[in-house]
Design a protein around this ligand. Structure first.
Ligand SMILES: [Zn+2]
Length: 318
């Protein structure tokens, strides 16, 4: 069982979000907050409100939760929590740190104005050079597909007035640290690393988008060491924005491609740890899957992916 343990800075965040004296369910391992209390705080409607199923509905945003689950839906997009929901005293609760990391950003997003003008976006085509990445059954290399998707997305974003840089625009090997440094040196406002997935099971398919695991939360991917799970990384200061960028890009990709939704997930990927802006890593589908591998070979499909990534970024910046 995971033990909830809030470091001082997370507790400060809790105070900042107005739940310092909230009537939480006290549970072993840490505090929990009821979803009805969150609804009250943000003046949200709860059209479906049963002990094991709660929906929070605000302007243009609907979050649906069920009991005993580490997943929830945001406007239909599958999202992950650090800890399982549970029913306490007849009310569905989430961990306080999940409220801060995964729910708060949806209802306290900052409005941005004049976003397009001179906003710098860095797109990062995964792999390159001696690092081929995944390879499809027909021989398409991930490094080739990701470069093309990023070049296409860059063109679409540039047409809208954004200033777009690619971490590589040829078949070059770039270290992960250098990709992050490049984005920081360009004063990027958004960083998106684009990848194609692969799995031993040829059946695995669908799209997933990773944000850096919020501080104090467990990752979906197994950490290299327990210490890595406890560390605060530089990019953790963008936890809320990372989540919203991931949500918007995942949503746009699902809408454009109709692919299976593998969810917004969290991992402490090296390329996301030290960014000075919100950043995500997108896995646009499985090259190892026969159907998706074949789609990636189509320039038209890569254009669709590029359009979706561009749409997701602009929705985030709006
Ligand atoms: Zn990759």
């Amino acid at each position: 069982m995971l033990k909830l343990n809030f470091p001082g800075s997370v507790l400060l965040l809790l105070v900042a979000c107005g739940f310092s004296h909230s009537p939480c369910c006290a549970v072993v391992g840490g505090e929990r907050v009821t979803l009805t209390l969150i609804a009250q705080k943000y003046h949200l409607k709860t059209p479906i409100n049963q002990p094991d199923k709660v929906t929070l509905r605000g302007n243009h945003m609907e979050l649906s939760f069920k009991s005993q689950s580490r997943m929830f839906h945001a406007n239909g997009v599958l999202m992950s929590l650090g800890f399982s929901t549970e029913v306490k005293d007849g009310k569905l609760c989430v961990a306080h740190s999940d409220y801060i990391a995964h729910i708060c950003p949806f209802f306290s997003a900052k409005q941005r104005q004049n976003a397009a003008q001179k906003t710098i976006i860095v797109l990062d085509p995964g792999h390159g050079g001696r690092a081929d990445g995944a390879i499809s059954a027909t021989g398409l290399k991930e490094k080739v597909a990701t470069l093309d998707i990023c070049q296409k997305a860059a063109q679409l974003l540039a047409k809208q007035g954004y200033v777009v840089y690619l971490t590589r625009d040829s078949d070059a090997h770039i270290e992960l640290d250098d990709r992050t440094k490049f984005a920081n040196q360009k004063f990027a406002k958004v960083f998106v690393s684009v990848h194609c997935n692969a799995a031993e099971s040829k059946l695995a398919h669908g799209i997933e988008t990773f944000a850096l695991t919020p501080y104090g939360q467990p990752s979906q991917r197994k950490a290299k060491s327990p210490q890595a799970e406890l560390k605060r990384y530089y990019s953790n200061k963008f936890d809320g924005e990372n989540l919203m960028l991931a949500y918007n890009v995942q949503k746009a990709l699902l809408r454009k491609t109709r692919s299976a939704d593998r969810g917004v997930r969290h991992a402490r990927f090296h390329v996301l740890k030290n960014l000075n802006c919100p950043g995500i890593l997108v896995e646009c589908g499985f090259l190892s899957n026969a159907v998706e591998g074949k789609k990636f070979a189509s320039s038209c499909y890569r254009q669709t992916l590029a359009q979706a990534i561009a749409d997701g970024i602009t929705a985030f910046l709006r």
